[in-house]
Design a protein around this ligand. Structure first.
Ligand SMILES: [Zn+2]
Length: 419
């Protein structure tokens, strides 16, 4: 353990080992717990959810958790092959022989590793949609649509991502010791740009949006918006049923251009009063500044991570520890290794992010109870849990670690206390 590269490699491997072991253990606990509670609907839901629906939710949860285990193992294998297995080193040495300026060699390296990782992830993505979602009756996609979606996604990712990537690599090489600060500003500007383009340019490439028709739902929603003092540019219905029968509602855009989007699958299942309660919950996230707080955390986190990368770029042990020995700094290699290794370390912070998110969910539920109706939100949640086959009996530790939303029983208990 004398040299820093060996020490760093040992820390990286130990953290990866812990993280994989933890993920597998949590998945195993979750499946055990769900299976053990499969036979009987929890007493609290017995009147509202059938045994058949409860068993379907258990089987769906187990199937998805099994897939997440495959995902964990595949990710770890690919990560090791690319780093210590010499994958990135091989790419970098091959690309360095191309007749390109160093900046473009770096761009090609990052794209090559991204494309390879994407290709390796494809079979599991296909399996998720066409085997698991299909088996449980959620999938509405054809293989053709899946391929078209993929092609559009890659094209948009390339159109938006390659200019940003080129700018960041250029800043790393040319902008001096504070390059990471400028890169952060570019990253924030990029996020704002995507947010601005998303509702009117990107989302319509994938779905049709129609104004919400006049009638009971629209009247209720408009009254709710006035009551909560919320300005939106429009209320839209999206043809979510084109891909999946899972339902949802969301906000998109920002400032005066904000839109509210309902999935057609949500409107077809919920009563007007229930749609109003679901929207009130979403409004709560805005009014209680959850969206602002998350954005601030995200921006601060990005700044800290870019500053970290700013330091690592000049440290030879960072490259050597992750399987790419040689003289530093090499910007494309640094960026690729950083993006590959980062999730291993940030994974351990997942429970904190989940806890923070669940706190916000409880607050948004309370907001909905004050501004709409707690019983209507409960009714909507029960329907959504049933329709989406979300388990009512997650393993408590698995839920505490991963879940952005509190377990159904906890949410409903608090709503009942509020009504
Ligand atoms: Zn929420």
């Amino acid at each position: 353990m004398s040299d820093p590269a060996t020490l760093f490699r040992a820390i990286f491997l130990a953290t990866l080992g812990c993280s994989v072991a933890l993920q597998l253990w949590l998945a195993w606990r979750h499946m055990q717990h769900v299976r053990a509670h499969r036979a009987v609907v929890p007493a609290h839901f017995a009147a509202r959810i059938s045994t058949e629906a409860h068993r379907k939710a258990a089987d769906y949860t187990v199937a998805r958790t099994q897939l997440s285990v495959a995902d964990t193992l595949l990710d770890a294998g690919v990560l090791l092959a690319l780093t210590l297995g010499g994958g990135v080193a091989l790419f970098a040495s091959r690309i360095s022989t191309l007749p390109l300026a160093p900046l473009w060699q770096d761009v090609v390296l990052v794209i090559a590793v991204a494309v390879l990782s994407g290709l390796i992830a494809l079979p599991l993505s296909w399996y998720r949609t066409f085997v698991i979602e299909q088996r449980f009756g959620f999938n509405r996609m054809t293989f053709g649509l899946w391929v078209i979606d993929l092609a559009k996604g890659v094209l948009i990712g390339a159109l938006l991502g390659i200019p940003l990537l080129t700018l960041v690599l250029w800043l790393m090489a040319r902008a001096g010791p504070l390059w990471w600060l400028y890169a952060w500003l570019a990253w924030v500007a990029f996020q704002v740009l995507v947010l601005a383009l998303y509702p009117t340019l990107i989302a319509p490439l994938f779905n049709k949006f129609e104004p919400l028709a006049d009638g009971g739902v629209r009247e209720r929603v408009e009254r709710l918006l006035v009551r909560c003092g919320f300005a939106a540019k429009g209320l839209f219905v999206m043809d979510g049923s084109k891909r999946s029968s899972h339902g949802n509602a969301y906000f998109t855009g920002f400032g005066a251009a904000r839109r509210i989007v309902f999935f057609d699958t949500l409107l077809s299942r919920l009563q007007a009063e229930e749609v109003e309660a679901v929207l009130a919950h979403e409004l709560g996230h805005f009014k209680l500044r959850h969206v602002l707080k998350r954005t601030a955390w995200f921006a601060a986190g990005s700044l800290a991570l870019l500053a970290l990368l700013g330091w690592l770029v000049g440290e030879p042990w960072f490259y050597a520890g992750l399987g790419v020995p040689g003289p530093a700094p090499r910007y494309g290699v640094a960026l690729v290794l950083f993006m590959l290794a980062l999730p291993v370390f940030t994974f351990l912070a997942a429970p904190l992010a989940s806890l923070y998110s669940r706190k916000h969910e409880f607050e948004a539920d309370a907001y909905a109870a004050r501004n709409a109706s707690a019983p209507a939100l409960i009714a909507a949640l029960v329907k959504l849990y049933e329709d989406n086959a979300n388990t009512l009996t997650p393993d408590p530790l698995h839920s505490a670690f991963y879940d952005s939303h509190p377990p159904a029983a906890a949410r409903i208990a608090r709503l009942e206390a509020a009504s």
